[in-house]
Ligand binder design. Structure first.
Ligand code: ADP
Length: 590
C-alpha cells in the first residue's frame, strides 16, 4: 500500500469527522479561527489604546477616544476568553461523536474483510495498530487543524501587522521561531533514541504489573505463590527503566538550558529591535507598548505550535496512518446471489494453505454432500478438519479448487449471501457478555422475538435453565464483570450450541465445541445433534469417534488428505486409519 502523506491523512480524517456532525463541526471551525484571531486583535486593540493614551498625555486630558479604546480592549479580552471557552467545549463534545464514527468505520471494515485475513499474525498486528491509531486520530486531526486554522492565521496576521509597523519588526517572529525550532529538533532526536532503548524495558514492566495485578493472571499467580518472585522482577525492571530515563532526562535538561538561553537571546533581540525602532521614531509609543505586551504571547504561541502541536502530530502520524490504511484496506466485491441450499455441497479438488504457512493444511480434497446428509469429519489433531469446516461454510476460500453450493462456486458469491442459511458452532466459540437470552438471540436477530424459540434452542442443546445458576431465567446476565453469573465451561458450550440451533439454517456445522465436556457427554451432544438435524445438511467435526456411528457418512482426514470415506461399518471393515483410531479410543466409551 502506498505510504499516505500527512495532508492526505488529515484530509481523510477531516472528511470522516465532518460527516459525524457537519453543523457542529462547522461551528467549531469558526470558533477555532476566531480564537486564533482574537489574540492577534488584542495586539492591534492595545496599540490603538496606547496611541490614544499618548495623544491624551500630550493634550493632558482623558478623551472619549481613550474610553472607547479601553472598552474595545476590554471587549477583545473578554471576547477571547469566551471564544476560548466555547472552543474547548465544542472540541470535547465533538470528540465523542467523531470517535464513535471512527469506531463505526473500523467495525464496517472488519465486517467486509475476508475472514482468512484474521488467521494471519501480520494482519492481526495491522488491526491492533489500526485500533491504537484510531485512539490517536481525533487528537491528531484536532492538532493538525489547529496548526492550520489557529496558529497559521495568527502568525500571518502578526507578520503583516509587524511588517506594516516597520519591516525590521517582522524579524521578531523569526527570532521567536528559530530557537524554539532548534530546541525541538534536538529534543526529538534525544527522545526517539531513548524510546528505542526504553520500549522493551517498558513492555517487560507492563507484563510483570499485569502478572501481579491482572485478573487473568490472578488465580495462577496466587496458587503458585509467586508474588514475591514477580515483585523482585518488577522492582528490577523499574530500576532499569529509571536508569535509562535518568540519563536521557539529564541530557535533555542540559540541552534545554542551552536552547532556553537561545530563546532568551531571541527575546533580547526583539527588545533591542523594538527600542531601536521607537527611539528612531519608526513606530509610535503605542505600537511599542502593544508589541512589548504581546511578545510573551508570541513566544508562547510559537512554543506551543512547534514543541507541543507539530511535535505531537508528527509523533502520532505513524499510528494514525495505520488507522487510515485499515479503513481503506481493499475489499474484494462479490456479487449478491441467491444460493439454493437444497442442492448439496460439491467439493472439487480443494487445496488450502494458511497465509505465511509453508505447507498445505488441505491437499487435493474431493467429495460431495447430498442435501439432508449427516457427515462426520474425523482425523487426528492437525489433520485439517477445522480448516475444511471453515471452507465448507464459506468462511475461507480454497487456495485451489472450488466448493459448489447449489451449483455455484461460493468464492464468487457475496459473503453475506453465502452465510445465509448456514449455522456453525466452532471450537473457539464466544462468551458474549450479555444476558442468556441475547447470547442465543444474536445468531438470528431478524428472527421472531418469541422467547419460547430461545427456550427451545436451549433445551435442544441440553442447557437446564431452571438450574440455580440462572437466577433471572433467560434474562440472567452472563458475565461476572457486569454483575452477572459465571457459567461452567460445559454450560457455556451449550449456550454456544443453542445459538447454533437458533439460527435458521439448512446447513449446520458443529466443530468440536465440546472441549469442556467428557467423551460420553460429547457423544450425547453429538447424538442429539444428529437427531435434531435429520432433514438438514449436518456436518460434525470431531477427533473422538464415539458418536460417529450416527453419521450417514464419515470422512477421514490425515495430514490434509482425505484418506477414507464411508459408513462406520464400512470403515471398520476396511480396518485402516479409522478402525485403528476407533479401537484405540474405544476404552473411553466403555
Ligand atoms: P484440525 O482441526 O484437524 O485439528 P486444523 O484444520 O485446525 O486441524 O489445522 C490443519 C493444519 O493447519 C495444522 O497443521 C495447523 O497447524 C495449521 N493451521 C491451522 N490454523 C492455522 C493458521 N491460522 N495459520 C497457519 N497454520 C494453521
Amino acid at each position: 500500500m502506498k505510504r499516505k502523506s500527512f495532508i492526505y491523512i488529515a484530509l481523510k480524517l477531516f472528511k470522516i469527522s465532518f460527516s459525524a456532525a457537519p453543523i457542529h463541526y462547522s461551528i467549531y471551525i469558526i470558533f477555532v479561527i476566531l480564537n486564533g484571531l482574537s489574540s492577534a486583535f488584542l495586539t492591534l486593540a492595545l496599540q490603538m489604546f496606547f496611541d490614544e493614551i499618548e495623544l491624551g498625555i500630550k493634550g493632558k486630558s482623558i478623551t472619549a477616544d481613550i474610553i472607547t479604546m479601553l472598552i474595545l480592549v476590554g471587549m477583545v479580552i473578554v471576547g477571547s476568553h469566551i471564544i476560548n471557552g466555547i472552543d474547548n467545549f465544542l472540541s470535547e463534545a465533538l470528540g465523542e461523536k467523531v470517535k464513535r464514527k471512527y469506531t463505526e468505520k473500523i467495525i464496517e471494515k472488519s465486517a467486509q474483510l475476508d475472514p482468512i485475513l484474521f488467521e494471519s499474525h501480520e494482519f492481526l498486528d495491522t488491526m491492533n495498530k489500526a485500533h491504537s491509531g484510531m485512539l490517536n486520530a481525533y487528537y491528531f486531526l484536532g492538532v493538525s487543524m489547529v496548526i492550520f486554522i489557529y496558529y497559521l492565521p495568527y502568525i500571518i496576521f502578526m507578520s503583516i501587522y509587524l511588517f506594516n509597523l516597520n519591516p525590521m519588526l517582522a524579524l521578531i517572529l523569526l527570532l521567536a521561531f528559530i530557537p524554539t525550532m532548534l530546541s525541538q529538533i534536538i529534543r526529538t532526536g534525544i527522545f526517539s533514541k531513548m524510546e528505542d532503548k526504553v520500549a522493551p524495558i517498558r513492555r517487560t514492566y507492563w507484563h510483570y504489573t499485569d502478572a501481579i495485578c491482572g485478573i487473568s493472571y490472578f488465580k495462577e499467580t496466587r496458587l503458585l505463590g509467586i508474588y514475591g518472585f514477580l515483585k523482585g522482577k518488577l522492582v528490577g525492571t523499574i530500576l532499569r527503566l529509571q536508569d535509562a530515563t535518568w540519563d536521557t532526562q539529564k541530557k535533555s535538561r542540559q540541552l534545554e538550558a542551552i536552547t532556553k538561553t537561545l530563546t532568551l537571546l531571541g527575546y533580547g533581540g526583539v527588545l533591542i529591535l523594538l527600542v531601536y525602532a521607537v527611539l528612531k521614531q519608526d513606530i509610535s509609543i503605542g505600537a511599542f507598548a502593544a508589541v512589548f505586551a504581546s511578545i510573551g504571547t508570541m513566544f508562547d504561541t510559537m512554543n506551543e505550535a512547534i514543541c507541543i502541536h507539530i511535535n505531537n502530530a508528527s509523533h502520532s502520524l505513524g499510528s494514525v496512518r495505520n488507522f487510515v490504511d485499515f479503513i481503506e484496506y481493499p475489499v474484494i466485491e462479490r456479487p449478491e446471489y441467491q444460493i439454493s441450499r437444497n442442492a448439496g455441497i460439491v467439493v472439487e479438488n480443494i487445496t488450502f494453505q494458511y497465509p505465511g504457512s509453508s505447507y498445505k493444511a488441505l491437499d487435493s480434497v474431493n467429495f460431495k454432500i447430498s442435501p439432508g446428509e449427516t457427515i462426520a469429519i474425523v482425523g487426528e489433531n492437525g489433520s485439517g478438519k477445522t480448516t475444511l469446516g471453515r471452507i465448507l461454510v464459506g468462511l475461507f476460500d480454497p487456495t485451489e479448487g472450488q466448493v459448489l453450493l447449489g451449483g455455484k462456486n461460493i468464492a464468487d458469491v457475496n459473503r453475506d449471501a453465502a452465510f445465509e442459511g448456514v449455522s456453525a458452532v466452532f471450537q473457539k466459540y464466544q462468551k458474549y457478555q450479555m444476558t442468556l437470552r441475547d447470547n442465543v438471540h444474536i445468531s438470528n436477530t431478524t428472527f421472531d422475538t418469541d422467547e419460547n424459540n430461545i427456550k427451545d434452542a436451549l433445551s435442544k442443546s441440553g442447557l437446564n435453565i431452571t438450574d440455580q445458576s440462572f437466577t433471572d431465567g433467560l434474562h440472567t446476565m452472563l458475565s461476572r464483570e457486569f454483575d452477572g453469573v459465571e457459567l461452567s465451561g460445559g454450560q457455556w458450550q451449550r449456550v454456544a450450541i443453542a445459538r447454533g440451533y437458533y439460527r435458521s439454517h439448512e446447513i449446520i456445522l458443529l466443530d468440536e465445541p465440546t472441549a469442556a465436556v467428557d467423551p460420553i457427554e460429547e457423544s450425547n451432544i453429538y447424538r442429539q445433534f444428529a437427531e435434531l438435524s435429520k432433514n438438514k445438511t449436518a456436518i460434525l467435526i470431531t477427533h473422538r469417534l464415539g458418536s460417529t456411528k450416527l453419521a450417514d457418512r464419515i470422512l477421514v482426514l490425515s495430514q490434509g488428505k482425505l484418506v477414507e470415506s464411508g459408513t462406520h461399518e464400512e470403515l471398520m471393515n476396511q480396518n485402516k486409519v479409522y478402525a485403528q483410531m476407533y479401537i484405540a479410543q474405544s476404552q473411553w466409551y466403555e
